[in-house]
Design a protein around this ligand. Structure first.
Ligand code: ADP
Ligand code: MG
Length: 578
């Protein structure tokens, strides 16, 4: 069976195409979103999802998040003194999604279509393929997230011909793309974005705002306090989606500190972020050659689009109300699910064609007459070329009697090659000739799966060379992948009873750490009683406590902020407010 997966920085989802539609797959907690968080517990078992997310605060050194940002890089994460690469952590998430899907669908899931940000370069894409393999999934295809969003959107719309701007704003990345849909053809016209801009940055700005208001140095806070503050900041941010204003309150060094927040304050302390959003939109429009008026529909994808400030920003900038198709954080998974349906040759959708574009420039490094040490980029395939694509450029020799020419292959937009990603090198021997007399053609062919074939031909001699620069294996060798697959097997998915119990316990642990004094003790006692009921397997008591303690924890979480809602506090701190 094949499923579609949105492997997000913050949240991941799985989707299956059946009975003529894309159907989101609920996880063990019955939710479609599984936080992309991995934690190791005391017994060395792996915890993925909501339970692990609670442990981000209570056990930060055993827990990792946002590792998608480091896919394709050399960064490692240490959990319980053991090092993990981002591919392994992603594999844990994929394995969990696979397992939950198998449980839900009642059959083995062997294949997947996985979405990646359009801005992912070859290394990052290769790392995603590796994560799939480590998790025991054959990755049928990687799809660009905006392509998936566009596909899902166009399927739900009746119009035959439209131009879309997809604004996909998640927890860690922003993708802006311009997409044309006519009849059954979906064509990505241009993509742009910011690999390091997302909802996380809003949380950070809110936390900074809180710290600045109280002369606290965020960086100097202990890691755990930072995590609590970030979590409370995110909570406040989400509340502003529904409420006019909210409070961020935290106890620091025994002192209660608070700030009031509303959408104006939010926009004010995040102006830098809005500027970067604007830049990404302008860039995408410019690359597409469209103006704002040419866009028929502005589609919002990603959880951060739920912020009213974001839809206001888009409306102001583009002059039309952006639309949400379903829930913004689910639309990409739906698109990936539809792709999976196309791959499985589902009758209803087989006539949907998809063309994609190359989101970055591919070229060779050539001689820089002004600086012999540094090579400069000679683009062969320009970014936003429609795939598959083949292009040829001609090069010559620099010195007399030069025996061979080396062509380093780069991906990226910078003039100076050292700032681009080097994919490898191809060399060719040339016949004897004076400087600038040789004639060598270099042809790049780039296909839909991100595989680059480079052909180099000496037009005046017998020599020709061909080399494949494949995404696969760009980071890990075959041996290393096999080894990782074996290692992963050692880390069992935690199976400690019911996931709901686990979540409640972890949440209790976290709230315990956030409280002080008598409240804290109360939570501690609740946790003890709960653990006892679980160990005795006292079903009746477990059921009663599940409900009671969930209410207690809800109350405490509310209370953490509500305490400051009294009028006196308001008029004293914010005399201008009503
Ligand atoms: P990713 O694609 O990075 O995995 P998602 O699309 O799931 O992420 O979006 C996650 C981001 O959306 C987080 O930063 C989260 O705080 C934000 N988010 C989710 N719901 C809301 C909401 N109601 N209001 C504001 N932000 C939200
Ligand atoms: Mg996303």
């Amino acid at each position: 069976m094949i499923i579609g997966i949105d492997l997000g920085t913050t949240n991941s989802l799985a989707c299956v195409y059946r009975n003529g539609k894309a159907e989101l797959i609920p996880n063990r907690l019955g939710e479609s979103l599984t936080p992309s968080v991995v934690s190791l517990d005391e017994s060395g078992e792996v915890i993925v999802g909501a339970v692990a997310k609670e442990r981000l605060v209570s056990n930060p050194t055993d827990t990792a998040a946002s590792f998608k940002r480091f896919m394709g890089s050399k960064k490692t994460f240490t959990l319980r003194q053991k090092e993990f690469i981002p591919q392994e952590l992603s594999a844990f998430v994929l394995r969990q999604l696979k397992q939950d899907a198998e449980q839900y669908l009642g059959g083995e899931v062997t294949e997947a279509v996985i979405s990646v940000p359009a801005y992912f370069n070859n290394n990052q894409r290769a790392a995603t393929l590796e994560a799939g393999r480590i998790a025991g999934l054959h990755v049928e295809r990687l799809v660009n997230e905006p392509s998936a969003a566009a596909l899902a959107s166009s399927m739900l719309s009746d119009e035959d011909e439209q131009s879309y701007l997809v604004f996909d704003f998640g927890g860690g990345t922003l993708d802006v793309s311009v997409v044309d849909c006519f009849e059954n053809i979906i064509e990505i016209v241009a993509v742009s974005g910011d690999n390091h801009l997302g909802g996380n940055d809003f949380d950070t700005q809110i936390a900074e705002f809180f710290c600045k208001s109280h002369q606290i140095d965020f960086g100097a806070l202990p890691r755990q306090k930072q995590a609590i503050l970030k979590r409370l900041s995110e909570k406040a941010k989400r509340e502003l989606t529904e409420k006019e204003r909210t409070f961020l309150h935290m106890n620091i060094d025994g002192e209660d500190k608070a700030v009031i927040l509303n959408n104006e304050i939010l926009i004010e302390c995040c102006t830098g972020l809005f500027d970067r959003m604007e830049r990404a939109v302008v860039h995408a429009l410019r690359d597409s050659g469209y103006c704002a008026d040419d866009i028929d529909v502005v589609v919002m994808a990603g959880g951060s689009c739920k912020m009213p400030a974001v839809s206001c920003f888009l409306e102001k900038m583009l002059g039309k109300k952006p639309v949400m198709i379903g829930s913004p954080d689910e639309v990409i998974a739906q698109g990936a699910g539809i792709y999976a349906g196309i791959k499985a040759r589902n009758e209803e959708i087989k006539d949907v064609l998809l063309t994609d574009i190359c989101p970055f420039t591919l070229g060779v490094g050539s001689y820089n007459p002004n600086d012999h040490e540094k090579s400069i980029m000679s683009p062969v395939i320009e970014r936003n070329s429609v795939l598959p694509v083949a292009r040829t450029r001609y090069f010559t020799n620099v010195h007399d009697r030069q025996k061979e020419i080396a062509f380093p292959i780069y991906q990226g937009e910078a003039f100076d090659c050292s700032e681009n990603l080097c994919l490898g090198k191809i060399m060719i021997e040339i016949g004897p000739s004076k400087a600038e007399e040789a004639h060598v053609s270099v042809t790049f062919s780039y296909d839909i799966n991100g595989i680059l074939v480079v052909d180099v031909v000496d037009d005046k001699g017998p020599n020709r060379k061909q080399q494949v620069f494949m995404s696969e294996g760009a980071n890990l060798t075959e041996e290393e992948i096999k080894q990782k697959i074996e290692e992963l097997k050692k880390y069992k998915i935690s199976s400690n009873g019911d996931e709901r119990d686990r979540l409640l316990q972890e949440r209790g642990n976290r709230i315990y750490q956030e409280l002080t004094g008598a409240d804290r003790e109360k939570v501690g006692m609740a946790l003890q009683a709960y653990a006892y009921a679980l160990s005795e397997n006292d079903r009746h008591a477990i059921r009663v406590m599940r409900q009671k303690f969930a209410e207690l924890f809800d109350a405490y979480e509310e209370f953490l902020g509500e305490e400051f809602l009294d009028e006196e506090f308001l008029s004293e701190k914010f005399p201008d407010e009503e």
